[in-house]
Design a protein around this ligand. Structure first.
Ligand code: BGN
Length: 324
């Protein structure tokens, strides 16, 4: 009688042990699953606070101190979401000269949008000083790109005219697999794309694509052509341009006097093909400019670039110092 009772007890313990082990395993796996959920705090693909159409106020330039008060969590133009990890680190490069009002309106407009888009971002204003009378946008972009990466890593760069204000925050300022032209529909052009090859205004490139393209040409000073030259670079590198839908890629342009035209833009464009390998990021060290200062203001990091006066020989696109 004793023997079968003992056997039964052993069986009971065995069953209990198996049951307890299974329960333990179940608890362990479910807690691991919860842990995984905690670790993956990447921001959502569709940021929930987007408003769609954005009110664009062109009337009066806000005072910088007032804008700053609304963005106490921004330092040196940089911000990142508090509750999630942003999907992209994006640098906004804004080449600039003589347009203080526009800059204030731009800063007031862009910060709330970039925050709603849940980006880890930095706004960089690259200001041209020095004797060169013409505005050298491509050179400023290259200098900005190079200087910014000395300080912080970014996977994505937005090349942004200061006079363009986004009208819909669903036009997200973060990289996709191909270079992106963001300012598809501008009020000045009746919200239509003036020509298919246009790659100016507001564009977006990954850091590695920008390097592959050797950045912008350093030779275009004065209005026009540097963006068409960039288009040709994209074409030669077989990089396809993507564009958001024109219903969201809408911008208002702030009015200003026409900047001095670049008289050499047509001849420069003709030699674009032969130049792009050695005219851009790779020959910046040969260009007569100096980074005079880099300063973190509240709403942006300021990069002051002194550009020496130069003359461009229209026939071969060579640049020499005009004092030579
Ligand atoms: C083009 C300019 C672009 C400018 C667009 C839109 C030139 C080069 C000679 C053909 N290109 O005409 O730089 O972004 O207009 O304004 O001027």
């Amino acid at each position: 009688m004793l023997l079968p009772r003992l056997k039964r007890r052993r069986w009971k313990t065995l069953i209990l042990q198996v049951f307890a082990t299974l329960l333990l395993l179940l608890l362990l796996t479910s807690s691991l699953r919860w842990k995984d959920r905690d670790v993956d705090d990447t921001c959502p693909v569709d940021p929930p606070n987007l408003t769609g159409p954005v009110n664009v106020n062109l009337q009066e330039a806000p005072v910088l101190a007032d804008i700053s008060m609304e963005h106490l969590d921004v330092v040196g133009g940089q911000w990142r979401p508090h509750n999630c990890t942003a999907r992209h680190k994006v640098a906004i490069l804004v080449p600039y000269r003589d347009r203080r009002e526009h800059l204030h309106i731009f800063l007031n407009h862009i910060h709330p949008i970039l925050k709603r888009q849940l980006l880890d971002y930095g706004v960089y204003v690259i200001e041209q000083y020095g004797d060169e009378p013409m505005f050298c946008k491509g050179l400023l972009y290259n200098v900005g790109f190079t200087e910014v990466l000395k300080n912080r890593s970014y996977d994505c760069f937005v090349f942004h005219d200061v006079d363009l204000l986004l009208e819909d925050d669903r036009n997200i300022y973060s990289c996709s697999s191909s270079p992106r032209h963001l300012s598809v529909a501008i009020d000045k052009f009746n919200y239509t794309l003036p020509y298919k090859q246009l790659f100016g205004g507001v564009t977006l490139l990954s850091a590695s694509h920008y390097q592959t393209l050797n950045g912008y040409s350093n030779l275009y000073c004065g209005w026009g052509g540097e963006d068409d030259d960039m288009y040709l670079r994209l074409f030669h590198k077989k990089l396809k341009i993507s564009r958001p839908d024109k219903t969201v890629a809408r911008y208002k342009m702030m009015r200003h006097n026409q900047t001095k035209l670049n008289p050499n833009r047509f001849s420069l464009l003709k030699t674009s093909q032969d130049r792009y390998g050695h005219d851009g990021l790779t020959n910046l060290h040969l260009i007569d400019y100096q980074v005079a200062s880099v300063h973190q203001y509240h709403l942006y990091t300021h990069i002051a670039v002194s550009v020496a006066a130069r003359k461009v020989q229209a026939t071969n696109g060579l640049v020499t110092n005009s004092t030579d």
